[in-house]
Design a protein around this ligand. Structure first.
Ligand SMILES: Cc1cc2nc3c(=O)[nH]c(=O)nc-3n(C[C@H](O)[C@H](O)[C@H](O)COP(=O)(O)OP(=O)(O)OC[C@H]3O[C@@H](n4cnc5c(N)ncnc54)[C@H](O)[C@@H]3O)c2cc1C
Length: 389
């Protein structure tokens, strides 16, 4: 068993950003990740085009992300963003999104509600005040559902579309030349960070060291640990060490997103549509259109456990009016996202209170918001706590 200074459990953007900022302070960091290409950032290469199964767009408001790219002299890897134009699909038809808006209600509600503060409100309460209840239920609910890949109604309004300054040196929105997974590979070039693929199943204490186990094997020990995995796994790992903290983490529900990248041999019918889709009362949140070498592919993000793969194919064939045997699955993937609600805001503070002054660090997309920048800024803050230790 090798003794490290710092070990990180979870090699997504949260864990690697924590590793990056601790490495900057002169520490050696060991990151354990349970699977290759795991996590919410995953780029799949199809016909030399990188298709992002999870996060696909960064913005020039993402200051920490840009700081990382600048540090590794990788801003030349910034690429044009995925062109995103959407139309709605529901009730067996496609429609223009704006046709779902009740404009009179928007005018009335904005005049009354424009001073509403997001603090402590859920997405449905806040946006119903701003745009009107009918507009929220008929339109914004579905748009936010597609953005968050989950039911958005109870999500904390203050953690969606945070106000952040633009850095005008960079495009408003952008991707990276090899897809967003390149951000992870860029950080991994840091010689002070080493990553190993191991599923960590247990953490115990031995004197002042944390001992990391993968099933029956002790794989590492370290003075500091950072939990950078989903809240369910983090709760499991902390169960023996810090039951009170594990109890808090268990309160965060998680949802699974099942994504299918779809192509079709019937390019004539399949290619009739030119926009990505937002599902209205459909088993899918959204379907993102990718065009590569003239062929169109749709990446469908399905809700958890709704229908089987065969039923998904049937549904997709119905959407595009092609036969089921003319549709094929290019790649499939599952991602986990926390389903944070406004009620969890207090829990987020309690977690910070519980770990203040401890040698356990906790980062991830359930503590400060879902976006890549939210994850990076949380991880940077925790790394700063470590350096003040
Ligand atoms: C479909 C989708 C689209 C999105 N679009 C955008 C977008 O356009 N812009 C944006 O800013 N954000 C977007 N997001 C959100 C953002 O991508 C995620 O919130 C963020 O990447 C989460 O990073 P993370 O490191 O906190 O968690 P994760 O990426 O989930 O990483 C956690 C890692 O921990 C590993 N792990 C778990 N348990 C263990 C264990 N026991 N041992 C070892 N390793 C373990 C997992 O395998 C995983 O790799 C999107 C998310 C999804 C799913």
């Amino acid at each position: 068993m090798i003794i490290h200074e710092i070990t990180v459990i979870g090699g997504g953007i949260s864990g690697l950003t924590f590793a990056h900022y601790t490495a900057l302070k002169g520490h050696q960091v060991k990151v354990f990740e349970k699977e290759k290409g795991g996590g919410s950032i995953h780029s799949y290469c199809l016909n030399k085009r990188h298709i992002d199964f999870g996060a696909h767009t960064l913005t020039n408001r993402y200051a920490v992300v840009l700081e990382i790219l600048e540090y590794y002299k990788a801003t030349d890897q910034i690429d044009k963003p995925l062109p995103l134009k959407f139309e709605g699909y529901g009730n067996n038809r496609f429609f223009n999104l704006l046709s779902r808006i009740y404009w009179m209600e928007v005018l009335r509600s904005i005049l009354i509600g424009y001073k509403t503060k997001k603090m402590g409100l859920s997405v449905s309460t806040y946006y119903s005040r701003i745009f009107g209840k009918k507009n929220y239920h008929h339109f914004f609910h579905y748009v936010f559902q597609a953005i968050l890949c989950q039911d958005p109604d109870h999500y904390p309004a203050e953690q969606l579309f945070r106000k952040r300054e633009r850095n005008r040196k960079y495009p408003n929105t952008f991707s990276l030349k090899k897809g967003l997974a390149q951000l992870l590979s860029i950080i991994q070039t840091n010689p002070s960070i080493s990553l190993e693929y191991k599923n960590i199943t247990r953490v115990t204490r031995d004197g002042d060291l944390y001992v990391l186990w993968s099933n029956a094997e002790k794989v590492a020990a370290s003075k500091f640990i950072c939990l950078a995995c989903d809240p369910k796994n983090a709760a499991l790992l902390l169960g023996e060490l810090q039951p009170s903290m594990a109890g808090l983490l268990q309160h965060f529900p998680v949802v699974q997103i099942q994504s299918l990248l779809i192509g079709s041999s019937n390019s004539l019918l399949f290619s009739k549509r030119n926009k990505s889709l937002i599902g209205f009362d459909m088993p899918f949140y959204s379907a993102i259109l990718y065009v590569t070498e003239g062929a169109k592919f749709w990446l469908f993000h399905f809700k958890e456990n709704t229908i089987s793969v065969a039923e998904k194919i049937r549904l997709i064939s119905g959407v595009f009016s092609v036969r089921e045997d003319e549709i094929y699955v290019v790649a499939a993937r599952q991602a986990l996202l926390p389903a944070v609600s406004a009620d969890h805001l207090e829990l987020q503070h309690k977690i910070d209170f519980e770990i203040a002054g401890s040698s356990i660090f906790v980062v991830g997309n359930y503590l400060n918001g879902l976006s890549v920048e939210d994850c990076c800024s949380r991880a940077k803050k925790e790394a700063e706590r470590l350096s003040s230790y």
